[in-house]
Design a protein. Structure first.
Length: 119
């Protein structure tokens, strides 16, 4: 299509960042705060193995969610990706887009033309 970049130049995204981790298991993943405090070390060690968040309750209500660093990174990466896609769609809908060729011209004008490397 005219005006659209050649998609073969784009790198494939690691789709694992968009996949949710294993489903919540109520019997294992929801613990009262007293039990959490008593078994804190093993609960923390188990986060990476389970690959699921741990929900800590206080007075019978959810009070906190504990995640492994890897799960936190996955969720924040996913959130940044979704936000970037939404920003891009909003820019497109508002007409704040330029063609690939126009971008090349603007970059060349601002930073100079990069000489092509010989093969």
């Amino acid at each position: 299509m005219p005006g659209l970049p050649d998609r073969s130049k784009f790198r494939a995204m690691d789709r694992s960042i968009l996949r949710p981790s294993s489903a919540l298991q109520v019997a294992e993943d929801i613990v009262p705060i007293g039990e959490f405090k008593t078994h804190l070390s093993e609960q923390i060690r188990g986060l990476r193995d389970r690959r699921r968040p741990l929900i800590v309750t206080q007075n019978g209500k959810a009070a906190a969610v504990v995640l492994s660093p890897e799960e936190f990174d996955r969720l924040t990466t996913q959130a940044r990706f979704v936000a970037a896609v939404q920003d891009g769609l909003a820019d497109h809908e508002a007409g704040r887009v330029i063609s690939h060729e126009e971008l090349g011209r603007r970059l060349d004008a601002r930073f100079g033309v990069i000489p092509k490397q010989k093969k």
